[in-house]
Design a protein around this ligand. Structure first.
Ligand SMILES: C[S@@+](CC[C@H](N)C(=O)[O-])C[C@H]1O[C@@H](n2cnc3c(N)ncnc32)[C@H](O)[C@@H]1O
Length: 192
């Protein structure tokens, strides 16, 4: 099994997966920061989880996906890579999932309208030096060009991402760095 096949499948079935630049950044971040435990919100078909698990065999990932079909496809892909021992997939709405475990990295890549809720719900699942990384912060450049958006639905979604950015910037518990890579990534660390 090769990652290219998952990329092709995602393209063919219009399943949004991380952009190459973004995934490379994430993988490097995991390597450079010795991250071993990861919680991912939004598995889709397991592409980013597989990429992250392949960094090191000691890495353990819990990933949550609410869509049943995507969940089964993720399980299949993970099995094809022989990564079942490293990646656990939970089929549920992340907002209904209660976890006791602590994670070095929480990666948010699910419904953009819920970003603040995901952050607030899972921030206490961070280990002492843990980070929360969020994808799609630029949302295809639309966050910078909000006034040019004509679709009401899209505008409302982009406004929610903007609200999340403001939430991160004003947050007194966490400091966030915004990285212009892929579709825009934020890295939030708890203040000491
Ligand atoms: C952008 S895709 C994830 C892509 C994946 N991280 C990758 O790069 O391979 C977002 C996924 O989040 C899922 N999702 C959205 N809201 C969710 C929620 N509240 N709980 C669990 N999954 C959710 C969607 O069904 C979708 O498959």
């Amino acid at each position: 099994m090769v990652l290219r096949l998952i990329e092709d499948y995602a393209k063919k079935h219009k399943i949004p997966i991380m952009q190459k630049e973004g995934i490379n950044f994430l993988v490097d971040y995991i390597k450079n920061n010795n991250i071993k435990t990861i919680l991912e919100i939004g598995s889709a078909i397991g592409y980013s989880a597989i990429n992250m698990a392949l960094v090191h065999k000691d890495i353990k990932i819990i990933t949550i996906e609410r869509d049943k079909e995507l969940y089964f496809k993720a399980l299949q892909n993970i099995k094809d890579f022989g990564l079942e021992k490293q990646i656990e997939v939970i089929n549920a709405d992340a907002l209904d999932v209660e976890l006791e475990k602590k994670f070095d990295l929480i990666f948010i890549d699910a419904a953009k309208a819920q970003y603040i809720n995901f952050f607030v719900k899972f921030k206490d699942n961070l280990s002492e030096n843990g980070v929360i990384i969020t994808d799609n912060i630029n949302f295809h450049g639309l966050v910078e060009n909000i006034d040019n958006i004509t679709s009401k639905r899209l505008k409302s979604l982009v406004k929610k991402i903007k609200k999340y950015i403001d939430f991160l910037k004003e947050n007194e518990e966490f400091t966030t760095e915004f990285v212009d890579v892929g579709d825009g990534i934020s890295i939030s660390k708890r203040n000491r």
